[in-house]
Ligand binder design. Sequence first.
Ligand SMILES: NC(=O)c1ccc[n+]([C@@H]2O[C@H](COP(=O)([O-])OP(=O)(O)OC[C@H]3O[C@@H](n4cnc5c(N)ncnc54)[C@H](O)[C@@H]3O)[C@@H](O)[C@H]2O)c1
Length: 386
Amino acid sequence: MKRIGMGLVGAGFVGPHHVDAVRRLGFVDVVAVAGSSEASGRQKAEALGARKGYGSYQALIDDPDVQVVHNATPNYLHYDVTSAALAKGKHVVSDKPLAMTAAQSRKLVDEARRAGVVTAVTFNYRGNPLVQQARLAIARGDIGTPHFLHGHYLQDWLLHETDYSWRLDPERGGASSALGDIGSHWCDLAQHVSGLTITHVLGDITTVLPQRRRPRGSREAFAAAGSEDADAVDITVEDLASVLVRFDSGAKGTFSVGQVCGGHKNDLVLEICGSKASVKWRQEHQNELWFGHRSRANEVLQKDPSLIDGAARRYAHLPGGHQEAWADAFCNLMRDIYGCIAAGQSSRELPPAVATFEDGYRANLIVEAILDSAKNGGVWTEVEHR
Ligand SMILES: NC(=O)c1ccc[n+]([C@@H]2O[C@H](COP(=O)([O-])OP(=O)(O)OC[C@H]3O[C@@H](n4cnc5c(N)ncnc54)[C@H](O)[C@@H]3O)[C@@H](O)[C@H]2O)c1
């Protein structure tokens, strides 16, 4: 198989997982890493075993050995890095959000179309075998017609006032924090699994900690506060939100997100109640899929390739009882994306498990509609699918 060269821009928390995932495919070379300076580019490249380290994303994009650019920078750089890669005709794997605003994402959708390359956004929970199983079960009618989708995405890594991330700075993270960062995952997952589209939202957003201690140096995501010097800063973006949603079919929903919820590490839950039964998937117990029934005992399907549908089976790589996890689901998406690139296909031929730039744009639109709803006092707001 022809080898494909990959370059990573932004090697903080999630970037190294992009590297691990593509390495497992067997036909991808990790050519280069770009950091925020020459020194950090070199150091991150060495740490990740990449051949070259660059101090600027443009240098990495210009490298003829890099065919696929992975964008894992803080949100405020997403548009610039992705746009520059597309202008150079490179395939792009963008971490979410696709861009800071829907307007920027809209531009990237157009730029990607013009470039004619393969593009994808890492809404990675889609890559879990039991998420695909739930999607197929709903499409087959196992739970009947969905009428209520609910759940949450809660974390606790920003619970203390000494916890800080660029996500809380609107200049670097965007106008939304918790909703954009993790609410976007919930919305994408709910739509992907149900096949429905969120059309209206009503949001109630809160800043639980209106002041925090911001470290003077840089700190990567999920890193605990150290003894470094810190300044008091005002926080204007939300760290907690509850949202009512309506779907295009008439189904209703509700979800809450927050990064200030003690004990919830990466607690993403999606339950879909239908006219016949309910189905629930919980990220922290991701090898189990719950089905709820009215007239017989509820069931828990343990992830086992021999017990799940054929089309979901290719996302499960270990026998039953051998737990698969976050990184495996991430790798599943890379297998789909790079399979498409290797076959010379276009983004249109990506398997449904892979979120497209259009999906990334829709996620921005939903978050912006929720912010508008809250700003206007909590009124139903249409998600304008422009
Ligand atoms: N899909 C997921 O589940 C998931 C999980 C975490 C983060 N993310 C997304 O990934 C992105 C990165 O998040 P993170 O948690 O890894 O953040 P992070 O702060 O841990 O890492 C960002 C990295 O980018 C580097 N960087 C900053 N400016 C740069 C520049 N000009 N050129 C190259 N590198 C630069 C920083 O030095 C840092 O190493 C965000 O957009 C976030 O939303 C997605």
